[in-house]
Design a protein around this ligand. Structure first.
Ligand SMILES: CSC[C@H]1O[C@@H](n2cnc3c(O)ncnc32)[C@H](O)[C@@H]1O
Ligand SMILES: [Zn+2]
Length: 426
């Protein structure tokens, strides 16, 4: 990787201000942001004229290989969509499908400025292979369901995967445990997940309180909301990343605050599946960390974090009548630093400062929608488009330069995924 300088570039610092100068990268770390020592000799210079560098986006919740089901089943509610379209199609998935579907997702994520994603799926070795080859950063978790015949097998696979892959690949891959949801994981199974989390020191990624129906059913069956149920079985003591949290009560929010539950907010998927709008302003007011996610490409239908950032900034304004509910700068923080914290990546990821990991997305801002430049954070949130992403760096390595992917063969990925997607959804 060596030494790279982003010369005379504008960048968004963690102080939410735009700075201008040079950014020095030494292997995987930003060693200077501002003025570089004149003795510092880079191996490569990237011209920063009319470019804006931001911390790479962090997608806190997706199912990458579900790109294969994009545009296959739309305009349905969650349970109808899962039970009648998605799960039958997933039953036909082979290992290679998951590898190619994940590569398609990674290509899309890099091209839209994402440098880290959190994935919950199966055949995790295939997903790790795609992550390893592409150079992206990922937090991977084998999805587990207690109601399926391979429930015990899923626990064993999760343990093996954690032992083999946690903190692997130069630190680009970390691993969590992923009980799918309360309606697929009954309490005795959740307790086994808790035991495994204790044994491994692993954190947990799960779906919680996504629909009103899920909460109703949970109350009927267990006399507790999904959040309260997770607390009862001991899951929330283990560091939980909870996707959705659309239908959470004030009592739920209090439990989440006490247990430091981090939330992956997926506004696009929640809107499209008609699940609702998560009470993000209330969760933020309680001090809960909220990051952003796309969910899978079959319910979004893309993996564009800039779109998710804009939706997060917009929907809560309309939902609360308060234009300050999620301001532009905060939406960007949710897509970057909050995401890193939500995924347990520490405070040196998701920020663009000296000493931080060199995960950087560079926008080309020489385009009509970037003028006039009153406020670059506003332009990023409300006017930018994914097509403006010019160069993407992860762990100090350039994964896209001048819109060309450096580690992936796009044409091959498209051909594989077209054929595989057609076979699966026939
Ligand atoms: C057990 S691996 C993950 C599992 O989750 C399914 N999935 C995709 N999107 C959602 C969603 O919005 N809510 C719940 N479950 C979802 C996916 O199809 C896999 O089967
Ligand atoms: Zn999901």
């Amino acid at each position: 990787m060596g030494k790279t300088v982003l010369k005379n570039i504008e960048w968004l610092g963690s102080d939410n201000r735009v700075h201008q100068g040079d950014i020095g990268i030494d292997n995987d770390v930003i060693v200077a942001a501002g003025t570089l020592d004149s003795n510092w000799q880079p191996d490569r210079i990237i011209d920063g004229t009319n470019k804006l560098a931001v911390p790479g986006f962090i997608n806190t919740h997706t199912h990458a290989a579900m790109t294969l089901f994009r545009s296959y089943a739309d305009d349905m509610q969650l349970m109808d969509w899962l039970q009648n379209k998605i799960w039958p199609a997933e039953a036909k998935l082979e290992q290679d499908d998951i590898y190619w579907g994940t590569l398609l997702a990674i290509a899309e994520m890099i091209k839209t400025g994402t440098t880290t994603f959190a994935d919950m799926y199966f055949s995790m070795q295939e997903i790790a292979r795609a992550v390893e080859e592409s150079g992206i950063r990922a937090v991977l978790a084998r999805g587990m369901a207690g109601v399926t015949p391979n429930a015990e097998q899923a626990l064993l696979e999760s343990e093996t995967f954690f032992k083999e892959y946690h903190n692997s690949c130069d630190g680009r891959i970390t691993v969590m445990l992923a009980p799918h949801a309360p309606y697929t994981c009954p309490p005795p199974y959740l307790k086994k997940v808790v035991q495994l989390a204790e044994k491994l020191g692993a954190e947990i990624h799960t779906h919680l309180s996504e629909t009103a129906g899920e909460v109703e059913d949970c109350l009927k069956e267990y006399g507790a909301s999904p959040i309260a149920l997770m607390e009862e079985v001991g899951l929330l003591a283990h560091g939980v990343l909870a996707a959705h949290c659309v239908h959470v009560s004030l009592q739920d929010i209090e439990i989440m605050r006490e247990r430091n539950v981090r939330v992956a907010h997926n506004p696009g998927s929640n809107l499209k599946l008609a699940s609702g709008i998560a009470p993000v302003p209330q969760m933020l007011a309680a001090g809960i960390c909220v990051g952003l996610g796309t969910d899978g490409a079959a319910s979004n239908n893309n993996l564009d974090m800039l779109e998710e950032t804009r939706l997060a900034a917009l929907v809560h304004k309309a939902n609360t009548g308060d234009p300050l509910a999620v301001p532009a700068a905060f939406a960007l923080q949710m897509a970057t630093a909050n995401g890193a914290f939500a995924l347990g990546l520490g405070d040196r990821t998701g920020k663009l400062d000296t000493g931080c990991k060199a995960d950087i997305t560079i926008f080309d801002i020489q385009a009509p929608h970037w003028y006039p430049r009153h406020d670059r954070l506003s332009l990023l949130t409300y006017a930018a488009s994914a097509g403006d992403v010019h160069t993407v760096i992860v762990n100090g390595r350039i994964l896209m330069e001048n819109r060309r992917l450096t580690t992936l063969d796009e044409e091959r990925i498209y051909a594989e995924c077209q054929a595989r997607g057609m076979r699966l959804c026939r």
